[in-house]
Design a protein around this ligand. Structure first.
Ligand code: UD1
Ligand code: CA
Length: 479
């Protein structure tokens, strides 16, 4: 979209959000793993505006932190005291020269808004054959309680906005509401802001008052009614937070389905807005896919997979496992119940089976860690088989040490690999060995004491134990 030439966006996000009953600013509460504010910034960014100003106030350092990590080009502007929406826009005046001729104003708490709708608001200024100097996004809702109402004259022209607390009983019946998305010519906006007072029931400076003032001075204000009222819904409490999280989940999953991803039960899986999923991948029920995750084609993910900030190749299966910050190759088979931690990289055809933990390790083609192992700070070659219960003892209480396992190695079950240690190409370790020294190529390393088989020993052992049990049962206190 390129409506953004000559456009600035001002996002109002300084409010406390009292009804959230929270220590966190309202706009930082998350839906589908991202702050509410993320979504509106994403929609606004799609218009390619020349700049974006975010008015911050309550716990502003947290909002700034989020902006600098996710939208570093957005400019945070501090509103010391929250005296109302007109006052909030007023604090941006100090950037007057930087602001474009056209300003789009939006609330920070309206995550479902789409760029197409913002474009429609902007274009509505030119609908009548001439340009109006302001436009509003309005919405027709079943329950308008709490919102500002749109008052129109007989010919349908917008006359003013009346806040719930200032509305008459008849005005309260109007169900077309102000969404707090506005488009203004910069010059007019700041000229009219000058004259806004706070003579209303909340003693606040209402941005909505500009509309009446414009109309009174003979200007037209156009309106665009949202096609889907969900887009215009704001979040004021945690009930609305849950409702809009569901709506966002539906929107995100629907988009993946329309581009060729199967969701077995889309209502149970949550996917972050940044996630990319390839064609013909199947998302089984109850998956949580967060952060910057990229999943290839033809994968089977879940049920019950938690994946965060991972790259996953094609044809890979991940069953009931937790993966964080890992790069997984093609045709891997992971789980059930394994934990793949940051820094792990697997090549193609790797199997990490049941109940394994892999941390910061590289595993090459065709290698297998099928059962109950911990592999940390290791480099595993190609075609390696790691027996059940193998542990890389990577931490000596002070330092993390590396284990290197070269191509074609067979690690017997229950091997302790005490790092730093290297197992040479084609070597074998015997089950139950504690390997503390490097094993040269093609060697068999065995580290256990010699086994003794005592003749009839089992029989004698049982006899002795039966006797002890009888004696114990005769003593009254053990009854
Ligand atoms: C506002 C509108 C109302 C509209 C509703 C839509 C006014 C007077 N009323 O009411 O017509 O129906 O939004 O949701 O504008 N903010 C600041 N600084 C302030 C005050 C508010 O940054 O001093 C921010 C808030 O963080 C929020 C947005 O502005 O993101 C809207 O403020 P809020 O207090 O929620 O306004 P409403 O009473 O809901
Ligand atoms: Ca609000």
């Amino acid at each position: 979209m390129n409506n953004g030439s000559n456009l600035s966006a001002i996002i109002l996000a300084a409010g406390l959000g009292k009804r959230m009953k929270s220590e966190i600013p309202k706009v930082l509460h998350q839906i589908c793993f991202k702050p509410i504010l993320y979504y509106i910034l994403k929609s606004v960014s799609a218009l390619n505006p020349e700049n974006i100003f975010v008015v911050v106030g309550h716990k502003s350092e947290l909002v700034r932190q989020f902006l600098s990590s996710d939208f570093p080009d957005a400019v945070a502007v501090r509103q010391e005291n929250q005296l109302g929406t007109a006052h909030a826009v007023g604090v941006v005046r100090k950037y007057y020269d930087k602001l474009s001729d056209n300003c789009l104003i939006l609330p920070g708490d309206m995550p479902m808004i789409l760029p197409e709708t913002l474009e429609a608001v902007i274009s509505s200024t030119a609908k009548k054959g001439y340009e109006t100097s302001a436009a509003l996004l309005t919405s027709v809702v079943a329950d308008p309680f709490g919102y500002g109402r749109i008052i129109r004259d007989q010919s349908g022209n917008i006359v003013k906005i009346v806040e719930e607390k200032d509305a008459t009983d008849t005005e309260k019946l109007i169900n077309e509401i102000n969404t707090s998305v506005y488009f203004f010519k910069k010059k007019i906006l700041f000229e009219y802001l000058e004259n806004i007072g706070s003579k209303n029931s909340q003693k606040e400076f209402y941005l909505t008052d500009i509309v009446e003032n414009l109309v009174k001075s003979g200007q037209q204000v156009s309106g665009y009614i949202a096609q889907d009222s969900i887009e215009a819904e704001g979040i004021n409490d945690r009930v609305q937070l849950a409702v809009l999280e569901k709506a966002m989940q539906k929107r995100i999953n629907r988009e993946h389905m329309l581009s060729g991803v199967t969701f077995k039960d889309p209502g149970t899986s949550f996917v972050s807005p940044e996630t990319v999923i390839g064609k013909d991948t199947i998302i089984e029920p109850s998956c949580f896919i967060k952060g910057n995750t990229n999943i290839g084609q033809n994968c089977i993910i879940g049920p019950f997979a938690q994946i965060e900030d991972c790259r996953i190749g094609s044809g890979t299966k991940i069953n009931k496992s937790v993966l964080q910050g890992a790069v997984i190759g093609n045709l891997n088979n992971i789980g059930p119940t394994s934990y793949i931690r940051p820094g792990t990289v697997t090549a193609d055809n790797v199997k990490i089976g049941a109940c394994c933990e892999i941390k910061k390790s590289r595993i090459s083609d065709n290698s297998k860690v099928p059962h109950l192992s911990y592999i940390g700070d290791a480099q595993v070659g190609a075609g390696v088989n790691i027996g059940a219960g193998t542990i890389t003892c990577n931490y000596d209480g002070f330092l993390k040490n590396k284990t290197i396992i070269e191509d074609g190695v067979f690690i017997g079950s229950d091997t302790m690999l005490v790092a730093p240690v290297r197992i040479g190409k084609g070597a074998i370790t015997a089950a139950g060995s504690a390997i503390v020294e490097d094993v040269p190529d093609e060697c068999l390393a065995i580290e256990r004491s010699k086994q003794a088989n005592i003749e009839k020993g089992a029989v004698k052992f049982r006899e002795k134990k039966e006797k002890q049990k009888l004696q114990q049962n005769r003593q009254p206190e053990n009854k």
